[in-house]
Design a protein around this ligand. Structure first.
Ligand code: ZN
Length: 277
């Protein structure tokens, strides 16, 4: 493809949280009518619903359920909380299987009352504890490294190198990595680590959005592709160089965009995807 052509949307997936004001039923209908083929479901979108029926509803809209977001939060100083987290991840595996998806994204967790190194050990042990259930349910676990600004409470896995290290140490075909451009665009060895991730068959998922300049909120001010400073196309070229042919998942948390008419926002997502990703 030359750089003047725009991509088609056959690999476009959208996270339910991106269009948070829509109930999952509305999202499914509107995504489907726009020709979108992939959806990643956040667990809050399933609240109060029969999960199996919701999965069937999505499939009737011809949507591939790319993943369930999210499991993780394994790191806690207290043993009781670590055990509760493992139980919650087992429930997430059951939910993923009922929903009809083959992947869970892991936001691995961190506890600011202990060293990051300790949190990482707990994350490794937590994932190791659920691999057999994941394998039995045929649900893959994708470790998502988060930007270091979230190292206090959300994740002690902050670089792609750390995620690769952990996936390789756990050495299971059920454990891999989710690469999110928002978290990793600054990474000094990103191309090399993406290559490594692919070579070890650990590249499970690819999330896209943009980093707005200035960013006014460190959680809820993500931008559309092309609106900020992330070289999304370049990163995608590195992802595809590994042989990755999966969905490109648009994951945008934005109080600004959630205030807009979501149908208009969906049109902007598709335009931004075609032109800037
Ligand atoms: Zn992500």
């Amino acid at each position: 493809m030359n750089h003047q052509q725009h991509r088609d949307i056959s690999q476009l997936c959208i996270h339910t949280i991106t269009t948070k004001p829509w109930k999952i039923e509305e999202a499914a209908k509107n995504f489907s009518e726009a020709g979108i083929k992939g959806i990643t479901v956040w667990r809050d979108a399933l609240e109060g619903r029969n999960i199996r029926q919701t999965g069937n509803m999505l499939q009737k809209h011809d949507l591939t359920i790319v993943s369930l977001c999210r499991g993780g939060f394994f790191a806690h100083k207290e043993l009781s909380k670590r055990k509760a987290a493992i139980d919650d991840n087992r429930r997430a595996i059951e939910e993923a299987a009922e929903l009809g998806t083959s992947m869970i994204v892991l936001v691995c967790g961190a506890d600011p009352s202990q060293a990051l190194e300790e949190s990482r050990k707990q994350i490794r042990d937590g994932i190791a504890a659920i691999i057999s259930e994941a394998a039995a349910a045929k649900v893959k676990l994708a470790i998502e490294p988060l930007h270091p600004m979230y190292a206090d409470t959300r994740s002690a896995i902050n670089t792609l190198a750390q995620a690769n290290d952990m996936a390789e140490e756990l050495n299971s075909s059920w454990v891999g990595v989710a690469v999110d451009v928002y978290h990793l665009w600054w990474h000094p060895f990103l191309e090399k680590e993406i290559k490594r991730c692919g070579e070890n068959k650990n590249l499970f998922a690819f999330h896209i959005c943009d980093w707005k300049v200035p960013t006014t909120d460190l959680l809820l001010d993500r931008g559309l592709m092309g609106e900020g400073c992330i070289p999304v196309k370049q990163i995608r070229s590195w992802i595809e160089a590994t042989g990755f042919t999966g969905f490109n998942e648009v994951e945008i948390f934005s109080t600004e965009y959630w205030k807009e008419d979501q149908s208009e926002f969906l049109r902007k997502i598709i335009k931004a995807y075609k032109e800037h990703s």
